[in-house]
Design a protein around this ligand. Structure first.
Ligand code: RM4
Ligand code: MN
Ligand code: MN
Length: 423
């Protein structure tokens, strides 16, 4: 299914007058409104190819019909999200769940839909059919060199797929670790991982980046080889200038100050990628902003500050939504996540940085808090809508999605029982 421009224009018509009135009101209050609208309208977040189907837990998975069963269909679904939000113009591919059999045709299809390929993701956390060695006891860290070699070769192959598609980065997330004390020698596992990563790094084209993702636990529950940002940072530093740390919001122990980690990494230009989701307990992969919107706003405050004050040359991070859709229609869920991300971003852009700095220099804690909370408490719905409108997107994407009856159209096209590859 593809959404056409005139359908969106038609749906926007009824909302236009009220929207413009709201915009006029808002512009009376904020003199940097144009800059914020402009920044948001240029902002895009990649959608991972595994996020278009029903998620699940180890207890079960409940389908919802019309799931994309081919890579082409997944691109079409991202095309739908992008047509409505104009904020999701990239796909993050996962190999081997979504191997592009004909790279040129896939590239063409993506181009036709206005999409391109962001970071590639490798997978050495599951065994595949026809795979010679098992990853049951790790991949890049494995005690057996033959297993490590196989995992290295897989990552190199993922880079090659990415080159064919015009991607410029590889994200490595490892499930490697141990479930029981004594199972693994921590130091040997670390050194093996570093040596394996060095081989992968050597295969990177000069204009590519390597993102190293960390996670404190799960699927291993005693130790993870890359458990935290410090470990990721050490590995990246040892690899070289093309390697960076990737922050996934769900990969922290409860109450970790993630905004502080973001600020520290950006001080050294080391924040390369960012995975959005929200959580209450662990790596819950809930829709962005449902649990801790204030935390997300504080993270964006550091991201905005980091991008505007950037002596260490931190690249613009590769943004991706990394959530799972157990109950909601994934397309609606992703649209809601996009809105939550842009809400936090717009609110962070509203922070009066100069006034904040003055308050900080005077140690005026009360004023500093007021500046942050004034921005956080501002309703930015109109800013987001205007940013979409300027790109010919929908004023209200969820309502538009429902008016167009997208899910039922997809069910008619693909049937009730189609399933997407993924977790
Ligand atoms: C992991 C991690 C990775 C993602 C997989 C599917 O927990 O977040 O980024 O590729 O899940
Ligand atoms: Mn992730
Ligand atoms: Mn995760």
């Amino acid at each position: 299914m593809q959404i056409h421009q005139n359908q969106i224009v038609g749906l926007n018509k009824d909302l236009l007058v009220e929207h413009k009135e709201n915009l006029t009101q808002l512009s009376k209050k904020h003199d940097n409104l144009e800059h914020i609208i402009d920044t948001i309208s240029n902002y895009n977040i990649a959608i991972p190819s595994w996020a278009l189907g029903a998620g699940g837990t180890r207890f079960g998975r409940f389908g919802f019909g019309g799931e994309p069963s081919t890579l082409e269909q997944k691109l079409e679904d991202i095309g739908v999200i992008n047509a409505l939000t104009k904020s999701a113009n990239a796909v993050s591919l996962h190999i081997p769940w979504d191997i592009p059999e004909d790279a040129n045709a896939i590239k063409e299809k993506a181009k036709h839909l206005g999409l391109h390929f962001d970071a590639m993701n490798s997978n050495t956390f599951q065994d595949q059919d026809n795979q010679e060695y098992s990853y049951k006891f790790g991949s890049l860290c494995h005690t057996d060199k033959k297993v490590r070699d196989q995992a290295v070769a897989h990552n190199k192959a993922v880079i090659d797929y990415g080159i064919a598609l015009g991607s410029k980065s590889l994200t490595v997330w490892l499930a490697d670790g141990s479930n029981f004390p004594g199972q693994l020698n921590f130091r040997r596992a670390f050194e093996n991982t570093l040596a394996s990563l060095k081989e992968i790094y050597a295969h990177l084209p000069a204009d590519w980046k390597l993102f190293i993702e960390y996670k404190p636990y799960e699927p291993n529950f005693y130790s993870m080889v890359i458990q935290d940002w410090g470990t990721s940072h050490m590995l990246a530093k040892d690899l070289g200038e093309q390697a960076y740390t990737l922050v996934d919001l769900g990969h922290h122990l409860p109450n970790t100050n993630i905004e502080h980690i973001v600020a520290t990494l950006m001080t050294r230009g080391m924040l390369g990628g960012f995975h959005f989701n929200d959580s209450k307990y662990g790596d819950d992969d809930l829709s962005v902003g449902v649990m801790k919107p204030y935390q997300l706003f504080l993270i964006f405050n550091e991201l905005v500050f980091g991008m505007e004050n950037n002596p260490a040359n931190n690249p613009i991070p590769a943004w991706m939504i990394d959530a799972s859709h157990n109950l909601k229609d994934p397309l609606e869920d992703l649209i809601q996540s996009i809105e939550a991300i842009e809400t936090a971003y717009a609110k962070a852009l509203l922070i009066n940085q100069k006034a904040l700095e003055e308050a900080q220099l005077k140690n005026d804690v009360v004023t500093a808090q007021r500046i942050l909370q004034d921005a956080f408490n501002t309703d930015v719905k109109t800013i987001l809508a205007e940013a979409r409108l300027r790109n010919n997107g929908a004023i209200d994407p969820i309502s538009a999605y429902r008016s167009l009856d997208v899910r039922n159209v997809l069910i008619k096209e693909r049937g009730m029982n189609s399933t997407a590859t993924g977790l």
